[in-house]
Write a protein that binds this ligand. Structure first.
Ligand code: ADP
Ligand code: MG
Length: 270
C-alpha cells in the first residue's frame, strides 16, 4: 500500500561520524530509507544504536557527514538560515524529555503564539490567536484559561507532553519526528498521547517518524518499521514482514524480549 503514496523524506548512504581518530564514533553508518507521506514509520533499536542521531540529522540540527537527505523528492537544501527556517515549517519534533523542549523564560502563551506566527499568523488579531490557542489546548484536553500566564515548568510531565502536541496541532508540519515521546510518562497518558498523534496524522496527513526501543509497540502502531543496530539499518518493511517474519538475527533477538508478539502470532496461525 505504502508504495502508492508519495515519498516525503528519503535518504541515501546517510552517515554520521562523531570525533576524530581513536575517538571516532560512527553513530549512523550509510543508511537508506524512504518514508511515505501519511505513514507512521517506527525506527526501532537498542540504546546507542543511532536513533537520536538520525533524528537530529533529519531535523537538520546536526550535519550529515556523508550521504544525502531528500525532502519531497529533491535534495534537501538547508544551507542558509532562511532555508532552514522554511524547512522547519515542514518538519517538527517532540522529544523524550519535554522539560528540555521549552525555553524556561517563555510563558505558555508565548510558546503557542510563536507557533501561530511561524505558520503565517503574525498579523492575526489577539482574539483570533486566543481562539486558536484555545482550540489547540482543547485538542489535547488542556484548558487554555488555566494555562495562560503560566510557564511550562509549572505543568506536570504529562501536561507538558500534551502541550508539545498542542504546538504540533498549531504548526501542522508535514513530518513529525517523535523521539521516544512516551517513555517518561505512565501507560495511560502514553496511550492518550499516541491516540492524539494518530488523530493528527489522519486529520492533516502528517507523516510520523516514531523512534522507540519498544518493538512490541512498533508492531501495533506502524505502517513501516526500520530496525537499527550499531548505526546500520538491518532490515525494514511492514510490521508483518519485519516483526512476524524477521530475517536479521538482531530483530529476532529484540522480539524474543517481547513474548507477547509471539503469542499473537501463534494465535493467528491456529
Ligand atoms: N554528540 C556526540 N558526540 C559523540 N558521540 C555521540 C554524540 N551523540 C551520540 N553519540 C554516540 O553515537 C551513538 C549513537 O547514539 P544515539 O544516536 O544517541 O543512539 P540512540 O538514540 O539509539 O540511543 C552512541 O554510541 C553515542 O555515544
Ligand atoms: Mg535516543
Amino acid at each position: 500500500m505504502s508504495d502508492k503514496k508519495p515519498i516525503c523524506l528519503s535518504g541515501k548512504g546517510v552517515t554520521k561520524v562523531f570525533g576524530l581518530g581513536a575517538k571516532k564514533t560512527v553513530a549512523v553508518d550509510h543508511v537508506d530509507f524512504e518514508f511515505y507521506q501519511g505513514d507512521l514509520i517506527s525506527i526501532v533499536g537498542e540504546s546507542g544504536s543511532g536513533k537520536t542521531t538520525i533524528a537530529k540529522m533529519l531535523l537538520g540540527l546536526i550535519s550529515v557527514t556523508e550521504g544525502e537527505v531528500s525532502f519531497l523528492g529533491k535534495p534537501r537544501d538547508i544551507s542558509t538560515h532562511k532555508k532552514k527556517k522554511e524547512y522547519w515549517t515542514n518538519i517538527q519534533a517532540i522529544f523524550q524529555d519535554p522539560f528540555s523542549s521549552y525555553n524556561v523564560f517563555s510563558k505558555i502563551d508565548t510558546v503557542l503564539i510563536d507557533c501561530i506566527n511561524m505558520r503565517g499568523g503574525k498579523n492575526f488579531s489577539k482574539q483570533k490567536k486566543i481562539e486558536m490557542m484555545t482550540e489547540a489546548c482543547s485538542f489535547v484536553n488542556l484548558k487554555y484559561a488555566e494555562l495562560t500566564n503560566k510557564y511550562p515548568f509549572e505543568l506536570s510531565g504529562g501536561q507538558m507532553q500534551r502541550l508539545m502536541i498542542a504546538r504540533i496541532f498549531l504548526l501542522k508540519p508535514k513530518i513529525l519526528l517523535a523521539d521516544e515521546p512516551t517513555s517518561m510518562i505512565d501507560a495511560c497518558s502514553r496511550a492518550t498521547i499516541l491516540d492524539m498523534l494518530m488523530q493528527l496524522r489522519d486529520e492533516i496527513g502528517m507523516t510520523i517518524i516514531f523512534i522507540t526501543h519498544d518493538i512490541g509497540l512498533a508492531y501495533y502502531i506502524s505502517d513501516q518499521v526500520y530496525i537499527m543496530e550499531h548505526g546500520k539499518i538491518v532490515e525494514n518493511g511492514t510490521p508483518d514482514e519485519v516483526i512476524l517474519n524477521p530475517k536479521a538475527e538482531y530483530t529476532k533477538r529484540l522480539i524474543s524480549d517481547v513474548p507477547k508478539i509471539y503469542e499473537e502470532w501463534d494465535l493467528s496461525t491456529v
